[in-house]
Design a protein around this ligand. Sequence first.
Ligand SMILES: Nc1ncnc2c1ncn2[C@@H]1O[C@H](COP(=O)(O)OS(=O)(=O)O)[C@@H](OP(=O)(O)O)[C@H]1O
Length: 259
Amino acid sequence: MALTTELRTQLQLREVAGIPLQASTVDNWSQIQNFEAKPDDLLICTYPKSGTTWIQEIVDMIEQNGDVEKCQRAVIQHRHPFIEWARPPQPSARNAKDCMVSYYHFQRMNQMLPDPGTWEEYFETFINGKVGWGSWYDHVKGWWEMKDRYQILFLFFEDIKRDPKQEIQKVMQFMGKSLHETVLDKIVQETSFEKMKENPMTNRSTVPKSILDQSISPFIRKGTVGDWKNHFTVVQSERFDEIYRQKMEGTSINFCMEL
Ligand SMILES: Nc1ncnc2c1ncn2[C@@H]1O[C@H](COP(=O)(O)OS(=O)(=O)O)[C@@H](OP(=O)(O)O)[C@H]1O
């Protein structure tokens, strides 16, 4: 049974250093902040809805040398636990407009996050960074500035979509692995949108409907670049571009908005 609307409106996000987060994350914050990575740990650092699940599956497929059965050993969220969920960061970025659309549909179906309201209301919430995990702009700018100072592989959703093999190869090299071309091709195939949408270990179908109601919007929804054009009005798009220019001023990062 889904949470009632009344209960959902009570699901307020709380803030740590100005970043809205789920209450359970805030309650465990000191434990999360004290997390110490081991030298060979690989952290996947994504803004929500930027392809987290996709890169998780790619990384595991590489780690398991393309062995599909091994990647079926558990659901994706158990194979790579989320640090902020405090049960026991490579940044991946996706253009802000598609990210907003994806996040909007996710908040409609995710009963553990506040109801997004109408698309117009959500537009304001998102551009003001009042969504869970905070501002898209701060996340992307922060990691972009950091990328040359640490051992970081910065990936774009749009690049993986355009040329999955080339980007998977980059991840493989970053992980210090060398896999045969046929294995790479298999990984490309197994991590395609169609495969991951059907795969119960990646599509969140095992999560109860009371948490993720996939009848409202599927977790693996469209997986495209440019879906924002189906949601943004011309006025919204122009206003967004202006705000984007202000917020991203001074950064050299460039996003592809359509393929
Ligand atoms: N294999 C593959 N190919 C293309 N696109 C894919 C793939 N897997 C997931 N996706 C799309 O990624 C979006 C979900 O992002 P996240 O996994 O970061 O979501 S979450 O933050 O972990 O909830 C969500 O985007 P939208 O479809 O635009 O909503 C998913 O459909």
